[in-house]
Design a protein around this ligand. Structure first.
Ligand SMILES: *[C@@H]1O[C@H](CO)[C@@H](O)[C@H](O)[C@H]1NC(C)=O
Ligand SMILES: *[C@@H]1O[C@H](CO)[C@@H](O)[C@H](O)[C@H]1NC(C)=O
Ligand SMILES: *[C@@H]1O[C@H](CO)[C@@H](O)[C@H](O)[C@H]1NC(C)=O
Ligand SMILES: *[C@@H]1O[C@H](CO)[C@@H](O)[C@H](O)[C@H]1NC(C)=O
Ligand SMILES: *[C@@H]1O[C@H](CO)[C@@H](O)[C@H](O)[C@H]1NC(C)=O
Length: 446
């Protein structure tokens, strides 16, 4: 680099030195001119010579100017050359840097290769070791192979022996087969025995459970026995007490027997007792007879009253109103709507009547004839007041009854009103109990 720096200095200084020389020369010439002039002015005589000198100097100046221009031109060319060299120098510098980096890469690569070489060397050492080990192993195996070969020969001879033995055994096996079938039979018997044992086990288990149950019952009984024993003790105590009382009584009885005849008294007492029982039974029967007689008397009384009132109002009662029919001394009406029992009864009352009361088989047949097949009709019969005690709406109990078989059953505990179920065959019709809220047609009687 220093070479190039000094070069550049040299490149610049050379034209400078030249121009300095030229300028020095020029100054010298001018100084000579001035001296000439001074000489001219001083002499005044040599003017023309001076003029000529001046022209000569002028000419010299022109020459110098030309020379200066030439020098300037060569300076410029040198400057250009310098620039070119500078750029070339920069290129070289860059190239040098590239080369430096390449050099570094190569150095690294070298190090890496050196390391792998070391590694490979090491590995080779290891391989060498294992090779040696393997060789030793191979020798060892070679030896064992030899021994195995010997052993093999030995085994071969042994094998032959075994084959002979096997043939002997085969003959033995044939005899064993016979034994095996025998063994199978034994196994079957064993299975039978096992099953039997299981059954016995099951029986045993059942017995065990029974025994436990019995044990429990036994325990309960033991407790009961203890309780009974305690009772027996108390009883024994009271027995002793009673025995003493009895003994006292016996003594008294003996005393009395001495006075009156005890036996005749006893017989009389028995007779009186039987009489008392008979009388009691008769009393109960008579009580029943009285009740039923009272009921029929009341019924008859009412019947008589009804008859009387009917006879009285016979002419006043008008059964000719459309919808009403006459039977014996009453008028009957059957509704064309369906209502519940309460509303039905109210409807009859509004017509000056009440729900029908049936007093005879003839009336039952007549009422049945008023109804149609498949209809149930409300009767004036209910057990609303006392469940199970059916009463007619006029307060009389029921005497003649026409209930359907199995009725009244008070189904669901909510059937307190009676209805007539129409019957085409037999013409009697049957009664059923139904919920008073049910809507049916109804029959009025007045
Ligand atoms: C100047 O010099 C040139 C030759 O270099 C010459 O031809 C010319 O006559 C000279 N002029 C004067 C005035 O000396
Ligand atoms: C040398 O070899 C071992 C295994 O073969 C590897 O793990 C290790 O990185 C290697 N070292 C170099 C520097 O290559
Ligand atoms: C096993 O029992 C069954 C009946 O339970 C009988 O038929 C069979 O012969 C028995 N077998 C033997 C080997 O006793
Ligand atoms: C009471 O009635 C029963 C049958 O109900 C009858 O056998 C008996 O003779 C009657 N008793 C009297 C005293 O009338
Ligand atoms: C019958 O119907 C009337 C009016 O609908 C009602 O007020 C009454 O409670 C009913 N009676 C029965 C027993 O359902």
């Amino acid at each position: 680099m220093n070479t190039f720096d000094s070069g550049s200095t040299w490149g610049r200084k050379r034209p400078c030195r030249c121009s300095t020389v030229c300028l020095g020369l020029l100054c010298f010439v001018l100084l000579a001119g001035n001296i000439g002039q001074v000489v001219y002015y001083t002499t005044q005589s040599n003017y023309n010579a001076m003029t000529q000198e001046k022209d000569r100097l002028q000419n010299n100046s022109d020459i110098l100017t030309v020379e200066k221009d030439r020098l300037q031109m060569s300076y410029d060319s040198l400057t250009k050359e310098n620039k070119r060299l500078k750029s070339e120098y920069d290129d070289v510098i860059q190239q040098k840097e590239r080369l430096q980096t390449n050099y570094d890469d190569l150095a690294r690569e070298k190090d890496r290769l050196q390391a792998s070489y070391d590694n490979v060397t090491e590995e080779s050492g290891r391989f060498q070791d294992s090779y040696r080990t393997l060789a030793a192993e191979r020798d060892r195996l070679q030896m064992s192979d030899d021994s195995l070969t010997k052993e093999n020969k030995q085994l071969k001879s042994e094998y032959d022996d075994v084959i002979q033995q096997k043939e002997r055994l085969q003959t033995n096996y044939a005899s064993l087969a016979a034994l095996t079938t025998e063994r199978d039979q034994s196994f079957a018997r064993l299975d039978n025995l096992t099953k039997e044992r299981d059954q016995v086990q099951a029986g045993y288990n059942a017995l065990k459970q029974q025994r436990e149950r019995l044990q429990a019952s036994y325990n309960i009984m033991q407790q009961e026995r203890d309780v009974l024993q305690a009772d027996r003790r108390t009883l024994t105590a009271s027995k002793v007490q009673l025995q003493t009382g009895y003994n006292a009584l016996q003594r008294q009885r003996d005393e009395l027997q001495a006075r009156v005849s005890y036996d005749s008294l006893w017989r009389e007492k028995d007779k009186l007792q039987t009489n008392y029982n008979t009388l009691r039974r008769e009393k109960t029967q008579l009580e029943g007879n009285y009740t039923s007689l009272a009921t029929s008397r009341d019924q008859m009384q009412r019947e008589v009253d009804k008859m009387k009132s009917k006879i009285k109002g016979k002419n006043a009662k008008n059964c000719d109103i459309p919808g009403w029919s006459k039977f014996e001394t009453s008028c009957y009406y059957i509704s064309s709507f369906r209502k519940n029992w309460t509303v039905s009864r109210q409807n009859c009352m509004d017509l000056g009547a009440d729900l029908v009361i049936i007093n005879s088989r003839e009336e039952q047949i007549f009422v049945n004839s008023l109804t149609e097949a498949g209809t149930n009709s409300w009767l004036g019969l209910t057990d609303t007041i006392t469940e199970g005690q059916w009463m007619w709406v006029d307060g009389t109990p029921v005497i003649t009854q026409y209930w359907q078989p199995g009725q009244p059953n008070s189904y669901n505990g909510n059937q307190d009103c009676a209805e007539l179920v129409h019957k085409s065959s037999g013409e009697v019709g049957e009664w059923n109990d139904d919920g008073c809220f049910a809507e049916q047609v109804w029959i009025c009687e007045k």
